[in-house]
Design a protein around this ligand. Structure first.
Ligand SMILES: [Zn+2]
Ligand SMILES: [Zn+2]
Length: 547
């Protein structure tokens, strides 16, 4: 049978296959290779079937003989036989629903088999009908927990909030596939996403919801109403799709984007085709998604100042090279930064005290200085700055001798160990470091690792005071599991008059892309370009030690 699959359908099939391989315990790199092949094929202008016929498919980056053979099979037969086998073995529907309900993959499949359920719907029915009680090893507690989780379906939340980069990627992909709009928490660039949503405009909403149910990323639909549905991914993450006629798109986007507090503060929402007209009809200035967090603030009644934009950033002031724990050389990082349109980049590798990864001592810093000079010769007028991410030692001193620090143009000061110290000890330690004339900026001040480590007890009010006195800036770190400072603290820094630096802390050329997350976090704190130091040209940066 000739299958006539187009590139989007081929990409869907590869993605689904990748998820199945993942569930069956295939290696990380194999799974990733199929996911990447899907990403590559989806937007290709030439049909993959033609490339196969011409024997050219392996000229595509990342497509080796293994994936080429799978593509050949897919194009000739319309399916991947191994995928069909795996579907019987790993039962992605049960796994997805099970994870959403808090069951491990194996347990979900076991339970499903014990009550004769092959699909999410059947498992749900079995739970609702109390048939689980007869399964060995299922106590009344487990059963009650599963029932309670099912009862919450129409307000489905993931078991643990998603990091911003993952949430944007998942909802962004689904939005493209449904020709809809990314909404929910990731549209506000929330540091952790609990509500994931896509809003679609269509004269035939039921068609959108039908299509949603067939997407490869969605293994089971757990709730469906006339204008919305909730599906879960194989990881058990629930995503809501809202489908409405075009004349209500603006209304539903506002509803699906703002925090519940913000939406409630708007009162009854009129029907509107776009968000701008909705705010106009309400007689209120437009509020960018990043600020739709708290209830409507009266101080905003005059309108929102223009928030800093990604393309206003002129350089990145905190990145690593392969001389500590980065993946790329100084030159590669610099070249990638220049290719992003930046004017400058500060290389800030770790110092020795960090221990868990390689750190630089004084001699290493000098040697790196020569490498930076060489990169500058090749890349001028682009400027690579001599920087360091210098550990703050327990007594507040810095992890490099003064004569080395004096030579540097940009010094990030960082606490990496001892985040559990008391507020008093932490604050003394950090303030002491800020008094050092070489320090330019404090890195990831609250030290949190989202979902893993809570914020430290550092007293930001005292720290901001010292920063104003010393002329030191504060970082908004763009690593997706840090986003530190976060929104409310950004606001506090701006109110105190402390300059902000949006940085990526990139450990690879790809990591430079996290600038978007840092800028979005600064925007959530209401930052304008004037508040952000690295929107300035090089000659207006405060470089080198303060006199
Ligand atoms: Zn750090
Ligand atoms: Zn760093």
């Amino acid at each position: 049978m000739a299958a006539d699959l187009d590139n989007a359908e081929i990409a869907d099939a590869l993605e689904r296959y990748a998820s199945l391989l993942d569930l069956s315990g295939s290696g990380y790199y194999t799974v990733r290779a199929y996911r990447r092949a899907a990403e590559l094929i989806r937007p290709l202008p030439t049909p993959v079937a033609d490339l196969l016929r011409q024997g050219k498919v392996q000229t595509l980056r990342g497509i080796g003989p293994g994936i080429a053979a799978v593509l050949e099979e897919l194009v000739t037969s319309g399916e991947i036989a191994r995928a069909r086998e795996l579907e019987g073995e790993v039962e992605p529907e049960l796994v997805g629903l099970g994870r959403y309900l808090g069951l491990g993959p194996q347990r979900a499949v076991e339970l499903g088999r014990a009550v004769g359920a092959r699909t999410a719907g059947e498992l749900r029915e079995a739970i609702a009908a109390g048939r689980l009680a007869s399964v060995r090893g299922v106590g009344p507690k487990t059963e009650a927990k599963l029932r309670a989780a099912l009862a919450r379906e129409h307000e489905a939340r993931p078991r643990r909030g998603l990091l911003l980069n993952r949430a944007r990627e998942l909802v962004g992909t689904l939005a493209v596939q449904l020709e809809g709009h990314l909404a929910g928490d990731p549209r506000r660039w929330a540091d952790v996403s609990n509500r994931l949503a896509v809003v679609c405009a269509s004269p035939r909403p039921e068609q959108v919801l039908d299509r949603f149910a067939t997407l490869p990323l969605i293994v089971a639909v757990i709730d469906r109403r006339p204008d919305r549905a909730i599906g879960v991914t194989v990881e058990g993450i629930p995503v809501e799709v809202v489908a409405v006629p075009p004349e209500r798109l603006g209304t539903e986007l506002v509803r699906a984007t703002g925090s519940s507090e913000f939406v409630a503060s708007l009162g009854a929402l009129p029907a509107a085709a776009d968000e701008e007209s909705l705010f106009r009809e309400l007689g209120r200035p437009f509020v960018p998604p990043e600020l739709r967090e708290a209830a409507w603030a009266p101080s905003l009644a005059t309108g929102v100042p223009p928030l800093v934009e990604l393309d206003e950033v002129r350089g990145d002031l905190h990145v690593h090279s392969d001389e500590s724990d980065g993946k790329a050389t100084v030159f590669e990082m610099a070249e990638a930064a220049r290719d992003r349109g930046y004017d400058y980049l500060a290389i800030c590798d770790h110092t020795k005290n960090v221990r868990v990864v390689p750190g630089l001592d004084g001699d290493d810093v000098r040697r790196q200085g020569e490498e930076i000079a060489a990169a500058n010769e090749r890349l001028a007028p682009f400027r690579v700055l001599r920087g360091i991410e210098c550990d703050i030692l327990p007594d507040g001193s810095l992890d490099l001798p003064d004569d080395i620090l004096t030579d540097l143009e940009w010094v990030q000061a960082s606490v990496h160990a001892g985040q559990r110290g008391s507020a008093d000890a932490m604050t003394k330690r950090v303030v002491e470091a800020l008094r050092h004339p070489s320090v330019s900026c404090l890195s990831h001040p609250k030290g949190r690792i989202i979902n893993h480590r809570p914020e430290n007890a550092l007293d930001l009010e005292q720290v901001f005071e010292a920063m104003i006195e010393e002329g030191v800036a504060v970082e908004v770190n763009g690593l997706p599991d840090r986003l530190d400072l976060r929104d409310a603290y950004v606001r506090a820094a701006i109110d105190a008059g402390v300059p902000i630096v949006c940085s990526t802390d990139a450990h690879s050329t790809r990591g430079l892309g996290n600038m978007q997350l840092s800028v979005a976090t600064a925007r959530r704190g209401g930052a304008t370009a004037a508040d952000v130091l690295n929107t300035r040209p090089l000659d207006r940066l405060p470089l080198g030690p303060r006199s």
